[in-house]
Design a protein around this ligand. Structure first.
Ligand code: C2E
Ligand code: MG
Ligand code: MG
Length: 635
C-alpha cells in the first residue's frame, strides 16, 4: 500500500532505464513546446514592430518595456530548443544542464503568463496568456507529482494574488482559477503516470528483446556464439575487406576422445568439459570470431599469421584438461577463397579436411586444398556409383599367382583375387582408390560379395572346361563380418556354383583382428567347420602380430611384403623372416611371403623353407583373360 502511495506520488526510486526514458520524453516535449513558443514570440515581435513603424518615433523606455518579455521568452525558447535537440541527437550529455534549462524555461513561461495575464485582467481583458502558458508547462512537459503540485500551486497562487491586487477577484474568477489549477495539476499527474508505465513496458520489452537476441546468437550450453552469429560476423568481415579475406582462414576443431570422456564421466561432466573448452577457445582466439559448430566441434575465423601458435596452445591446454582420457584436438582449415567466400561452405570444407585426418594418428592439422578436393570428389563418385559398378560389371577380378617356394620351382599353387574398378570415365582404378572409401561408408560388402560371386563363376567355367584349377584366395574386410553373415554367404554362393570349399580361401588382414574379437572368432570357427582355409593377410604390418597368433587359428600365414622391401640391402630381414617361418611351422601353419620381386628374394625364401610365394617376380595381378591365357591354356 505504502509502495503504491509512494509510486503515485512519484517518490519511489526508478531504475536507470525508466529515468532515462522519462528524461528523453521530456526533452522531446521541450522541442515541441519551444517551437510553439518561438513561433508565437516571433509573431508577437513582428506585430509589435509593425505598430512601432506605424507610430514612429517611440521612446527607449517604451521599446524596452514592450519588447523585453517577448525577447526573453524567445531566447529561452531558442536555448531550450538547441539543448533538447542536441540531447536527442546524442551530442549534449550533461543532464543537470538540461534540467536547469527545463526549469528556467518553464519558470520564464509562467512568469510571462502571470505578467501579461495580470495586465490584461487589469485592462478588463481575459487572462488567456497565463492559462496558455500553464497549459504549455503543465500539460506538454512532464513533471513528477510533487514537483507539479508545488510548481502549479505556486504559479496559480502568485497569479491569483497579483490579479486580486490589481482588481479584487470575484467569486466566479476564484472558482475558475481554482478549477484551472486542479485541472493543470491532474493533467500533469496523469501525464507523469502514463510516461512511467510506458517506460516500464518499454523496459520489459527491451529485456525480452535482449534475451531473445542473446539466445538467437548464443550457444545454449557453452554461451559462446552460435553458428548463426558466427556467419553474420564473418560475413561482415569478409564483405568489408579483401585484405581480411586473404589474411584469415576458417578453422574447424574436433575434440578427439570426447566420446570416451563422456562414457567415462557421464554427460554432465561432458557438458562441463565442453564449456571449459569453449572458454579456452574464446580466451586463446580472443578478438576473432569463434562459435560452437555442433556437439564437440567448434569453429574460428583466424588470422593466418598467428594461427599456428594459437592452435598449439589450444591443443596443449585441451589435453591438460584431463590426464586419463588423453584429449586432443584435430583441426581442419579452409580459406575463404577455397570456398568462393561462402562461409557455410568454408566451414563445411574445413570440417571435411578435419575428418580426413580421422585415422592419421600423427597428423593433427590439414588444410582444404585442390588435392583434397579431388580426393573427396573421387570418394563421392565411388559412393554414388558403387551400385552402378556392381550392376554394370565395372568391378573386375584380377588374379595374382601364388607359387610353390620351398622344394619347388615357381609352380602355380594358387591365385589371389584382387578387385579392380574398371570405370567407363576414370579408367582402371586400383583398390586404394575405393576400398577405404567403401569401408568408411559401410559399402564394402557390395564389392566383396561381387568378387566372391565372380570368382565362383570363373571357377565353375574353368572346371567345366576341364582346366587345372587352383584354389583362389579372397580378401575380406573386417566390416564384412559386421555387415552380413560371411560364412553363410560364401557357402551359399559356393553351393550355387557347385565349388568345393577347398578351392576358396579366406584372407583376413591382421589389423582386422584388433576389434570385434568375439564376432571374428565365431565367424572363423564357422568357416573352418565348412572347410574353408583361413589365411592371415599382411602378417607383421600391425602392432598386434604375435597376439593375433595366440588368439586365432589360421591355416596360412601371409608374411607382409614390407619385410622383403629392402632385401638384401637390409640384412635384418633375414633373421626376421627366418624366425617368422620357423614360428609359423611350429604353430602348424603354411607360410606365404608377399611382395617377391627378385630371383634373389625367391631363392632366399626357398632357403629358409617358406612354403609359398607371391609377387611381381612371378606376375602382377592379371585380368581374368590374361590369367587364363597364361596359366590354363598354355598346353
Ligand atoms: P593384399 O591383399 O595384401 O594384396 C596384395 C597387394 O600387393 C596387391 O595390391 C598386389 O598387387 C600387391 N603386390 C603383389 N605383389 C607385389 C610385389 O611384388 N610388389 C609390390 N609392391 N606389390 C605387390 P592391390 O591389388 O593394389 O591390393 C591392395 C589391397 O587392397 C590388398 O592387399 C587388399 O588388402 C585390398 N583388396 C584388394 N582386393 C580386395 C577385395 O576384393 N576386397 C577387399 N576387402 N580388399 C581387397
Ligand atoms: Mg590379400
Ligand atoms: Mg597382403
Amino acid at each position: 500500500m505504502l509502495e503504491k502511495i509512494k509510486d503515485w506520488l512519484g517518490l519511489s526510486e526508478q531504475d536507470d532505464y525508466v529515468k532515462d526514458y522519462f528524461y528523453r520524453s521530456n526533452m522531446k516535449a521541450v522541442i515541441y513546446m519551444s517551437v510553439v513558443v518561438i513561433c508565437l514570440e516571433l509573431w508577437m515581435i513582428l506585430r509589435l514592430t509593425r505598430i512601432v513603424i506605424i507610430s514612429w518615433p517611440r521612446s527607449f523606455d517604451w521599446l524596452y518595456s514592450h519588447y523585453r518579455n517577448y525577447v526573453i521568452l524567445l531566447v529561452a525558447g531558442v536555448i531550450a530548443l538547441i539543448y533538447a535537440e542536441r540531447f536527442i541527437r546524442g551530442k549534449a550529455k550533461n543532464r543537470k544542464v538540461g534540467t536547469f534549462i527545463l526549469w528556467t524555461f518553464s519558470i520564464i513561461c509562467i512568469l510571462f503568463g502571470i505578467q501579461v495575464g495580470v495586465s490584461s485582467y487589469a485592462a478588463g481583458e481575459q487572462v488567456l496568456t497565463f492559462l496558455t502558458m500553464a497549459v504549455f508547462v503543465f500539460c506538454i512537459l512532464y513533471w513528477k507529482p510533487l514537483e507539479s503540485f508545488f510548481f502549479s500551486s505556486i504559479s496559480f497562487f502568485v497569479f491569483y494574488v497579483m490579479l486580486d491586487r490589481a482588481i479584487p477577484a470575484s467569486a466566479g474568477t476564484k472558482i475558475n482559477l481554482f478549477t484551472m489549477w486542479i485541472t493543470a495539476f491532474m493533467v500533469a499527474m496523469s501525464a507523469y503516470h502514463q510516461k512511467i508505465s510506458e517506460a516500464q513496458k518499454g523496459e520489459s520489452l527491451e529485456g525480452v528483446n535482449a534475451h531473445l537476441t542473446r539466445i538467437s546468437n548464443e550457444d545454449e550450453l557453452t554461451e559462446i556464439p552460435n553458428m548463426r552469429c558466427f556467419r553474420r560476423v564473418c560475413t561482415a568481415n569478409i564483405v568489408s575487406s579483401v585484405k581480411n579475406r586473404e589474411s584469415h582462414t576458417f578453422l574447424y576443431f574436433d575434440i578427439e576422445r570426447f566420446k570416451a570422456y563422456n562414457e567415462k564421466y557421464g554427460f554432465k561432466k561432458g557438458d562441463a568439459l565442453l564449456k571449459q573448452i569453449a572458454a579456452l577457445l574464446s580466451e586463446i582466439f580472443e578478438g576473432e570470431p569463434i562459435a560452437r559448430f555442433s556437439d564437440d566441434h567448434f569453429v574460428a575465423y583466424a588470422d593466418i599469421s598467428t594461427m599456428e601458435e594459437k592452435i598449439n596452445q589450444f591443443r596443449e591446454r585441451v589435453s591438460a584438461l584431463d590426464s586419463e582420457v588423453r584429449l586432443d584436438v584435430k583441426i581442419g582449415s579452409c580459406t575463404p577463397a577455397m570456398a568462393s567466400n561462402d562461409i557455410s561452405l568454408a566451414c563445411d570444407r574445413a570440417r571435411v579436411a578435419c575428418n580426413a585426418l580421422k585415422r592419421q594418428y600423427k597428423k593433427f592439422y590439414l588444410a582444404y586444398d585442390e588435392a583434397l578436393e579431388k580426393k573427396i570428389t573421387q570418394k563421392q563418385y565411388i559412393i554414388n556409383n558403387i551400385d552402378n559398378a556392381v550392376a554394370n560389371g565395372w568391378i573386375k577380378v584380377f588374379y595374382q599367382p601364388v607359387v610353390k617356394c620351398a622344394g619347388g620351382n615357381g609352380e602355380l599353387v594358387g591365385l589371389e583375387a584382387l578387385a579392380r574398378w574398371d570405370d567407363p570415365e576414370l579408367g582402371l582404378l586400383p583398390p586404394f582408390m575405393f576400398i577405404e572409401t567403401l569401408e568408411e561408408y559401410m559399402e564394402i560388402h557390395k564389392l566383396d560379395q561381387c568378387i566372391v560371386t565372380q570368382v565362383c563363376q570363373h571357377l565353375r567355367e574353368d572346371i567345366d572346361r576341364g582346366r587345372p584349377v587352383v584354389p583362389v584366395s579372397l580378401n575380406f574386410s573386417r566390416l564384412d563380418f559386421e555387415l552380413y553373415d560371411v560364412p553363410q554367404f560364401l557357402n551359399s554362393v559356393a553351393e550355387e556354383y557347385n565349388i568345393p570349399s577347398s578351392l576358396l580361401d579366406v584372407e583376413i588382414t591382421e589389423s582386422a583382428l584388433t576389434d570385434q574379437f568375439g564376432l571374428l572368432q565365431e565367424n572363423m570357427t564357422r568357416l573352418r567347420n565348412k572347410n574353408f582355409s583361413l589365411w592371415l593377410d599382411d602378417f607383421g604390418s600391425g602392432y598386434s602380430s604375435l597376439n593375433v597368433l595366440k588368439d586365432f587359428t589360421f591355416n596360412v600365414l601371409k608374411i607382409d611384403m614390407k619385410f622383403l622391401r629392402d632385401f638384401p640391402a637390409n640384412q635384418k630381414s633375414v633373421p626376421i623372416i627366418t624366425m617368422i617361418v620357423d614360428l609359423a611351422k611350429q604353430l602348424g601353419m603354411v607360410t606365404l611371403c608377399e611382395g617377391v620381386e627378385t630371383r634373389e628374394q625367391y631363392e632366399f625364401l626357398q632357403s629358409v623353407g617358406c612354403d609359398k610365394a607371391q609377387g611381381y617376380y612371378f606376375d602382377k595381378p592379371l585380368p581374368r583373360d590374361a590369367m587364363v591365357a597364361k596359366y590354363y591354356e598354355t598346353e
